[in-house]
Ligand binder design. Structure first.
Ligand code: 16G
Length: 262
């Protein structure tokens, strides 16, 4: 494993690089946060020290820091300084069928998404099987980074039959709002959770160190008539989520039939 880069890495900023210096500095600080050199709640050195350390102006430092504040990676506390942001911690009941946007809003957090890709294409054999589609039927694929108060929380690839969602460009905010608007509200879902470690690509998107523990979740949602509505594969930051399940004392007798996500 390679060592994380040092804070004042002389190779981090170069006048020969065509990007403005503040963007180079922001990129370097982003890498330090993703690599764990700067951890949640760590204080950033003072603006003056950063300017001296990187031999740039204080204006450059201020612009770089502001860019990371806008991305939600840093936050400023009046009279205390600038700190590496902590992911909001969310407790999520597993028994309610809700969407990301409504979940976050109900906690006073502002949901948003960044598009990783959006397309319409013939279903893969796996998607066709899971969604009960005929060979060659099309699906809308929505691959999004989900954020709460601008902090990356989860990566989600949602696949919906194109006959239900013919135009993935219709989704600008909540997918479930669009599905409800089209008269296809999710009625029931099956979910599989497993633990894993984020790959380099996933960690890069979520802006955490590679190998950070995560919850891998697959959800299959169904319409009221029982037809499959969506197949979602997602990676949730393990440090940001607790999933809560309510258990009731079994009254004995027969065990309810269990269902599995296959
Ligand atoms: C949740 C669901 C996902 C659904 C999304 C819709 C889990 C594990 N997944 O993230 O299946 O597509 O919400 O959210 O809960 P939206 O309405 O905000 O787009």
């Amino acid at each position: 494993m390679s060592l994380p880069p040092p804070l004042y890495d002389p190779a981090a900023l170069s006048p020969d690089n065509p990007s403005p210096l503040y963007m180079q500095l922001a990129r370097h600080l982003r890498r330090l946060i993703a690599g764990g050199t700067l951890a949640a709640d760590d204080a950033l050195p003072a603006e003056r020290d950063l300017a001296e350390g990187f031999a740039v102006s204080r204006v450059t430092v201020r612009k770089a820091v502001q860019a990371l504040v806008d991305e939600g990676l840093l936050h400023q506390r009046p009279r205390a300084g600038t700190f590496v942001a902590k992911a909001p911690h969310v407790e999520q009941p597993l028994s309610a069928l809700t969407g990301f946007s409504e979940d976050m809003r109900s906690r006073g957090l502002e949901p948003s998404s960044r598009w990783l890709s959006r397309s319409i294409a013939p279903a893969s054999p796996e998607e066709a099987m899971v969604l009960g589609l005929a060979l060659g039927e099309r699906v809308s694929r929505l691959w999004r980074l989900r954020l709460a108060d601008d902090v990356p929380m989860a990566i989600e690839l949602s696949v919906v039959p194109a006959r239900v969602l013919p135009d993935p460009m219709q989704v600008t905010g909540s997918l479930y709002d669009v599905l409800r608007g089209l008269g296809h509200p999710p009625h029931r879902a099956l979910q599989r959770l497993s633990a894993g470690l984020l790959s380099a690509d996933q960690a890069g998107i979520l802006q955490v160190p590679e190998g950070t523990p995560a919850l891998f979740i697959e959800r299959r949602s169904f319409l009221e008539n029982g037809r499959p509505l969506e197949f979602v594969r997602s990676q949730y930051r393990g440090d940001a989520y607790d999933f809560i399940v309510e258990l009731n004392l079994s009254t004995g007798g027969s065990t309810p039939a269990s269902e599995t996500v296959t």
